[in-house]
Design a protein around this ligand. Sequence first.
Ligand SMILES: [Zn+2]
Length: 508
Amino acid sequence: MKRIAILGFSLESNAFAAPCARWDFEQRGYYRGEEITAQARAETPAIYAGVSGFYAEMDRLYGAKRWQPVPIVHASSQPAGPVEEGFFKELLTEFEEGLRAGGALDGVYVAEHGGATATHTHDPDGEVFALVRRVVGPDVPVVATLDLHSNVSDVMMDSVDVMIGYRTNPHVDIYARGQEAARVLGELMDGVIATSYRVRLPIVAPSVTQLTAEGHPYGDLIRLGQTKVDDRVMNVTILSGFAFADTPKNGMTVIVTTRNDAQHAKSLAMSLAKAGWADRHRYVPRMIALDDAVAQARSVGIDPMAPSLLFADPADNPGGGGRGNTTYILAALLKAGVHGCIAGVFFDPVLVEQARSVGEGNQFHAKLNTRETARFSEPLSWDARVVHLHDGRFVGRHGMVAGKSVDTGATAVIALDGVTLVVISKRQQCLSTEFFEAFGVDVAGARSVVVKSRGHFRAGFEHLFPPERIREVDVPGLTSPNLGNFDWKGLPRPVYPLDPEAAWTPTA
Ligand SMILES: [Zn+2]
């Protein structure tokens, strides 16, 4: 009987956003003990998909009689600011007590994000990994999955046996990486020795340049890495990292893990890093100006034969710590009198309450961002009509939420002249067409769509919007791909493309 502990801390921290604490995790996903197992095996789970994939693969490999989950705690928040030290220390204590109470363990799976910072350290993920290693000792295999927006520290490298990063952006392989973690853990429990080598490049890629589809540099590099996986190479992970964490550990990172072949791990990691560096000039964003976006939205709004367009607001991406409520694009569309536009999802619990008190079908004067204090989240007032009210619960069908339970909190659809806006109470990005359709808003029939998302929406809208009908709009915000807009304090400078003169010399 293999006894495997399962735990994890999942947060992507934007240094320019307000700190987060227990409430942020409890609202998104704070699972203890058997809740983790129940969620992992649920038909439409809400828990992090890596945990579900891990359980499914362990069940397949070992069957219920040959492995026993020892679920500890899995805590995940929407991307936000740094985690507050007090809460984080409580969480570490929960991890430690759970691991100690779990008795003798054969392995540990850590379902981590890896892009967190804390108010007391730039490396809380390192603290989690180090704690696990300290408690279970040097001989118990520990395998972690990481978001490809993870920033990797020495402590993280030294504390776990194998780190497995996502290979898709939008992240549609989280479940598969959980499955891979189970297979890797199985090998380690059978006595295989994992040997890793890491190279960090001085490339801090703007978020919108990190797509993995054909024709994108990051995808090309990941695919190159996967051609090297063989009997010797257990895993190739290439992490583009999360710029807005603003830490000294930022920088695109190549990790090659071999079956006990240190020399090969090093030479392969170095050759992949060289390929990534040679391609650095492709990590430069190509957004369009707000005026252009409005003109295009206006044009398709009055021409029913023109293909509809999707406009992304990557600068206010809740998936990167944005508040999901800036009004730059919305205000410009309203002032231009755009027709046939749908927009969402807009985070404003006060506005939802206002709409609920007014009731479906009734007119009111909508006031946006009345209680929001974040920079960039400017107020806006406009006459509106309440189209639909909803509890915000649905099951996703496309992209990253396919088959998953989603909860946007109390939700209101309001019409502001030619723009239909979906307003939510639980901050999150717009991941698929169901973020409109579940609330009765027709996406296929819209002339233009505006989404609060940097790039994950692509997987959930691709059945209606191929890449050539998607525009990224350059407006201000906490997650602007224009990295020159920010006052960086932690990044290891110089880094490309922020510092075009950045240099890198392979040291192998
Ligand atoms: Zn990510």
